[in-house]
Design a protein around this ligand. Structure first.
Ligand code: SF4
Length: 434
């Protein structure tokens, strides 16, 4: 996840005060100081800092959902699924997660509110001291449910919206889904709960993106999570002419402009992205073009802060547990099973680098090929999304074909016209946010 607002608030503060502020996240100062020696040491130091505690866990507690969305990675339906973790199994896994130093849980599904013991689980998680977020389609959040969520005290609730009414209802395959979800957002907001909108841009809903940003503001939602579409591109492409990449660049510029406006005005709005770590380097390009004077004064500071972030954290700072208790490097790796919490403690599974994928993801720095290997911003991005490289090119450690940065922007030689690899298939589209 790339937290745009965090960086732009610091930049706005620097513009106002004349000096770049100290890092706002614990542990970052040490990492950043250590990172100033050389760019290669930067990557290693940042990665070392990222191992200081357990990962954030996205937990798909249930696969059942009251909707059957076209783009659901869990391919959920409105029926029960056999073999899901029992309440007691979830409770003992919570203890394991605590012992493994996991700081935060994102309770997801399916639709997690359909799980009869959902509030029992959430309450237990809260009592153990986890930061607890709920990821929901929002359609079940009526007045009694909103009261219950408010009484419980979730730290954050993310509600998926794919566009305005016509678009959203079509994506969700339910007339009235948009109205139900929006009503849920309003009920939560009225009860003082931090609520955000989650949006995955595709060729079919990109036209609604500006209106959704406006909707966020008018409804008082405090967070906008922009998830990139995983893209079925070729190994070598002319990124400047590729329609998907052009649309992505335009959307990122809108998002950065919006986040900058909110940061300068001191608005309580947070903008984050997921699924494409090239957003980090692109923020620097945006600053150079939109605010050349600020870039001149603070570009190096911003870059150091981005390097301390370090890019993609699948298998390192982010983990996934599915409804059956299988652990994965993140929600996009459901086809790669690291082990079951029924058989081994989470901490053991997570630390086990005998799995070649986990060894590669935890390597510092990751050993990646293609243009990522020679990219001058590798220390920011970390080589981006490995599951996309694997599924679109067949090479887990090859370049990420979803990178929308131009060759000249990352200091690499222009690609040839020949595709390096053959695209395999499109991977599931939706990811869940924190
Ligand atoms: S080339 Fe690779 S490392 Fe560089 S920004 Fe793009 S995805 Fe990231």
């Amino acid at each position: 996840m790339f937290r745009i607002t965090q960086y732009l608030r610091e930049l706005a503060q620097a513009q106002h005060s004349g000096s770049y502020p100290a890092p706002t996240r614990p542990g970052l100062a040490r990492t950043e100081v250590a990172s100033q020696d050389s760019s290669s040491q930067v990557g290693r130091s940042a990665a070392a800092g990222r191992h200081a505690r357990g990962p954030v866990v996205i937990w798909n507690l249930i696969r059942r959902c009251n909707l059957t969305c076209k783009h659901c990675y869990a391919q959920s339906a409105d029926h029960e699924y056999a073999g899901e973790l029992s309440t007691q199994e979830v409770f003992s896994t919570l203890d394991d997660l605590k012992a493994a130093g996991v700081p935060a849980l994102i309770l997801s599904g399916g639709e997690p509110l359909l799980r009869p013991d959902f509030f029992e689980i959430a309450q237990r998680a809260k009592a153990l001291g986890f930061h607890v977020s709920l990821s929901s389609n929002g359609t079940l959040i009526d007045l009694p449910m909103a009261d219950r969520i408010a009484a419980f005290g979730f730290d954050y609730v993310g509600v998926s919206l794919d566009g305005l009414k016509a678009t959203h209802d079509k994506f969700r395959r339910l007339d009235g889904a948009f109205d139900l979800s929006l009503a849920g957002v309003r009920l939560l907001h009225a009860r003082g709960i931090k609520v955000g909108l989650r949006y995955t841009m595709t060729a079919l809903n990109g036209h609604d993106f500006p209106a959704l940003l406006e909707l966020m503001r008018t409804e008082g939602a405090q967070k906008f999570y922009f998830s990139h579409l995983n893209y079925a591109g070729r190994g070598n492409i002319h990124r400047g002419k590729d329609a998907h990449h052009v649309a992505t660049r335009e959307a990122m510029e809108q998002l950065f402009d919006r986040a900058w406006d909110a940061a300068v005005r001191g608005l309580d709005e947070e903008y984050v992205t997921g699924n494409n770590d090239a957003d980090g380097p692109y923020l620097l390009h945006w600053l150079r073009q939109r605010q050349p004077e600020l870039h001149e004064r603070f570009g190096a500071d911003l870059r150091r802060r981005l390097v301390a972030w370090g890019g993609n954290s699948s298998g390192v700072n982010v983990a996934n547990i599915d409804n059956l208790g299988h652990v994965h490097p993140d929600t996009m790796w459901w086809h790669h099973d690291l082990g079951s919490v029924r058989e081994r403690r989470f901490g053991e599974i997570w630390a086990d680098t005998s799995d070649p994928l986990m060894a590669g993801l935890k390597a510092k720095p990751r050993q990646v090929g293609g243009r990522c290997a020679s990219c001058r911003d590798f220390d920011i991005c970390g080589g981006n999304t490995r599951v996309r490289a694997q599924q679109l090119t067949g090479d887990t450690w090859g370049e990420d074909p979803g990178c929308y940065l131009l060759d000249e922007e990352i200091g690499v030689a222009p690609a040839s016209d020949q595709p390096a690899t053959t695209a395999r298939r499109v991977i599931p589209l939706e990811v869940h946010d924190a």
